[in-house]
Design a protein around this ligand. Structure first.
Ligand code: SAM
Length: 220
């Protein structure tokens, strides 16, 4: 079974206790646009009571808690500590269940079709080649007409990475520069091309300097 290469490094067990406080600080460029982006994903996932939904990297359940009632929502995250917080928020939702699993590996564990796949701020923990693998798995799993609603830290083009790194170093935002260097913020132009080639119709929306969302419908 494939596991993403850096899954252990990006398991958020150690960040779990402070995570929800941290995401409220939208003055931090990494968190800017967080709440609006999550709301946009909910709107663009087009989930209803008949939908089978998968959320990748569900964390403390902030996106899950915004989703309307569905037939089933499977929340996939490797962190048991983040998931414990999500369980406490969502324990009363009979449509939600949790799986402790790597998000690439999940596609080999479960083979049932899904109507929508949602994810916020998790896929940047996969390398660009792993993202391409994930997009292929998503395409194979989502039903025709099904939806992806994915929000994350991204650069509009690969060329933006270098000057953004310099910008945040110059601004003295060392943790942002560190994130740009050590994590795998999306190259949105590449993702758009890969999703389009698979047969998705793609729409994008920017929420801050670094946060973007992608909604994609499987056409072919
Ligand atoms: C930055 S948090 C985002 C959480 C939540 N989706 C949100 O928007 O607040 C990233 C989450 O992805 C999980 N994660 C990172 N890499 C993963 C992987 N390869 N497989 C499964 N979960 C992963 C982490 O444990 C963490 O809970």
């Amino acid at each position: 079974m494939p596991r993403s290469r850096h899954v252990d490094a990006f398991n958020h067990d150690e960040e779990a206790a402070g995570y929800d406080r941290d995401v409220e600080n939208e003055d931090d460029p990494i968190r800017a646009g967080y709440a609006a982006l999550l709301d946009w994903l909910v709107e663009h996932a087009r989930i209803d009571r008949t939908s089978r939904v998968v959320e990748l990297g569900s964390g403390t359940g902030n996106l899950t808690a915004r989703l309307p009632r569905a037939r089933e929502i499977v929340c996939v995250d490797v962190s048991t500590e983040m998931t414990a917080i999500a369980r406490a928020k969502l324990g009363r939702r009979p449509d939600v269940r949790f799986e402790a699993c790597d998000l690439l590996e999940w596609f080999d564990r479960d083979s049932a079709p899904v109507d929508a796949i949602v994810s916020s701020y998790a896929i940047h923990h996969l390398t660009d080649d792993e993202k391409a693998d994930l997009f292929g798995r998503m395409h194979a799993r989502v039903v025709p007409g099904g939806r992806l609603a994915l929000g994350d830290l991204m650069f509009e083009t690969a060329a933006d990475r270098g000057w953004m790194l310099e910008k945040y170093r110059d601004l003295g935002r060392a943790h942002v520069a560190e994130g740009i260097q050590e994590e795998f913020f999306w190259d949105l132009a590449r993702a758009r091309e890969e999703l389009g080639a698979l047969g998705f119709a793609v729409e994008t929306q920017r929420f801050s300097d670094l946060s973007w969302a992608v909604a994609a419908t499987r056409c072919a």
